[in-house]
Design a protein around this ligand. Sequence first.
Ligand code: PLP
Length: 456
Amino acid sequence: MNDRTVSERTAHWQALSRNHHLPPFTDYKQLNAKGSRIITRAEGIYLWDSDDNRILDGMAGLWCVNVGYGREELVQAATRQMRELPYYNLFFQTAHPPAIELAKAIADIAPEGMNHVFFTGSGSESNDTVLRMVRHYWATKGQPQKKVIIGRWNGYHGSTVAGVSLGGMKALHEQGDLPIPGIEHIDQPYWYGEGGDMSPDEFGIQVADQLEKKILELGEDKVAAFIAEPIQGAGGVIVPPETYWPRIREILAKYDILFISDEVICGFGRTGEWFGSQHYGMTPDLMPIAKGLTSGYIPMGGVIVRDEIVEVLNQGGEFYHGFTYSGHPVAAAVALENIRILRDEGIIARVKSETAPYLQKCWQTLADHPLVGEARGIGMVAALELVQDKQTRARFTGREAGMICREHCFRNGLIMRAVGDTMIISPPLVITPEQIDELMMLVRKCLDLTAADLHR
Ligand SMILES: *Cc1c(COP(=O)(O)O)cnc(C)c1O
């Protein structure tokens, strides 16, 4: 195809999009002024756009394409299942083999004592499920007043009403009069942004202790649960100080409240363990999952539930909750095959022993770059703080360093996401050491271009 038809094709799709499509998390006026980038195909860790540019996908789609693009086994699993039984529901005392077998496969990889799964269609639906399940659990136990769920400022738990409410993003709260009642927030363990003069360890303790203060302020008899991401993703890959999770663990042990580990990003290998809470030695009661569950090939989510909770739910009468597509057979077949690939190919073990240590070692070298105030990460997630002054951590004023950097990345064949002036990556878990070298070369190049722009 010659250049003219390629660019016409792009313009055609951009116009159709402008005229008919309302994409998620988008400033429509801003996007309409320039047009979407159209992604047309993908293979391994690479995407191609409608102008035939190859792009290294440093975000694994939206933190989800853990096994990489183009896995024929997943296509086959979906095709086989569509032929056999494309849909049936799980309401009204029916079930089908893919959902049941997937629940068993998840129980096999989940932490000890977490043997049941409630299926949903997404991470947001999983957190809606968590909110209702937790309140139903306490009500069944005869403590209906134990309703409040404590989340964290700048946490992300999805975009539905419960998801936004449990999350702590103020811009999201402002649209739609959220959070709903019965949800409280404490500070996030974001040392670089909010730790001031404290050491990371001191700061970790101080923010963790807010959980105990909040429980005492509200009354233990009112608090149902605490929800957190092991590592905040959408908030900017916030890796808590070493002291944070151990102190939270101590506090959770003292009070009779549930712990919800939102594993939508950290689950399915992102940290080098099956679940992020295992990386930190935490023992959750509920784990919302999605994203890496199917490597994003098809939508699916779920909540993994601890046995003690299931025992109570068994006494609670009908749980009036569920979705038409809960445990969708095609999604379940894909998830089963995805888990088989992650396990049988040793992908998570390789992340832990080889590729994540290599990525993190390379990533640390970026701390020397004049724009970079901090380079941090764990497993296959990492972040860079772009600053004007490395000493004072002062940001650039009047210019959006993150957006400038993101544009350079796109133009140079790399997807790296900007959260304000924090640049983040979360590549497919199958990225090889050679591809990590390529990623690093691109990141450095784009940081240099960004620095040149900002200092012009
Ligand atoms: C993406 C995400 C969600 C929401 O998942 P959706 O599938 O987009 O609804 C929830 N929690 C976390 C931690 C996420 O990263």
